[in-house]
Design a protein around this ligand. Structure first.
Ligand code: ADP
Length: 261
């Protein structure tokens, strides 16, 4: 039933080719008359080293799916796996640790600490976790996001695009299993947004990162390898190697269907 496949690494360990997956994922909010089924038995798998965009009309369950798979919200039924760990039954403490060690987040609001420099913001999660950043990797990430000459600046001294690139570098610094990005270009103008998206794609193609991005923007989704479409809490379609045009056409079908109903 699961779409996950197993692969054997060089040291003989069996590992999953998927960075994250969910089976039969249900999320119900409220009860009685206010009951809303936000996710209706979703089966989904996110392959390692791939960039996946999640699209769908407003209210279709995109944010709920991301929050449940990232362990930020509880589930009503079903299983969620991050790598080889099934997370729905983990204690709060173990889930917090797993999120800290295995998952990177990029939010629409950059969520940088204003009193810290760019470099201090990038290394903060690792410092809090008591991990020493791998200097070679960190330099590589900083080079890739093009921030080498901005590291001593505080967020207020950086443009929105630069701040979001700091947030991207922060997510990448700990080499997480998977990065979840929630409308990462929502607060940026189209040029700064394009730079962030190109960087995210590069971090997948060149650094082997796995990224799942929620967006409502077909141009943003076109930077992904694959676009999943949600409607009424279900995955209803997907496109591989999308163009903005193809994504827009698919989204227009939702609008037309919505007007008919
Ligand atoms: P999207 O991100 O695609 O706009 P959401 O995942 O935010 O959709 O919401 C899916 C459905 O779940 C919507 O009907 C929304 O109103 C409902 N929903 C989301 N969060 C809550 C909540 N905390 N309480 C009650 N209903 C919610």
């Amino acid at each position: 039933m699961s779409t996950a496949t197993a692969e054997t690494s060089a040291d003989g360990e069996i590992g999953s080719a998927t960075a994250a997956r969910a089976t039969g994922l249900v999320k119900v909010y409220g009860s009685g008359e206010t009951r809303v089924t936000a996710l209706d038995a979703v089966d989904v798998a996110f392959d390692r080293g791939r960039f996946t965009a999640i699209m769908g009309p407003s209210g279709s369950g995109k944010s709920t799916l991301m929050h449940c798979v990232a362990g930020l919200d509880t589930t009503t039924a079903g299983e969620v796996w991050i790598g080889d760990t099934e997370i729905t039954r983990l204690s709060d403490k173990r889930l917090t640790r797993l999120r800290r060690d295995k998952i990177g987040f990029i939010f629409q609001a950059f969520n940088l600490l204003p009193t810290l420099t760019a470099l201090e913001n990038i290394t903060l999660p690792m410092n809090l976790a008591g991990r020493t950043p791998d200097k070679t990797w960190l330099d590589h990430v900083i080079d890739t996001v093009g921030l080498a000459d901005r590291l001593a600046h505080r967020p207020a001294e950086l443009s929105g695009g630069q701040q979001q690139r700091v947030a991207c570098a922060r997510a990448l610094a700990g080499r997480p299993e998977i990065i979840f990005a929630d409308e990462p270009t929502g607060n940026l103008d189209s040029r700064a947004g394009a730079q962030v998206l190109e960087f995210l794609r590069r971090s997948v193609d060149e650094l082997g990162q796995t990224i799942v991005m929620v967006t409502h923007d077909p141009v943003a989704a076109a930077h992904a390898h694959r676009v999943l479409f949600l409607a009424d809490g279900r995955v209803v379609d997907e496109i591989s190697d999308p163009t903005a045009d193809a994504v827009l056409k698919r989204m227009t079908r939702f609008d037309t269907a919505g007007r008919r109903s």
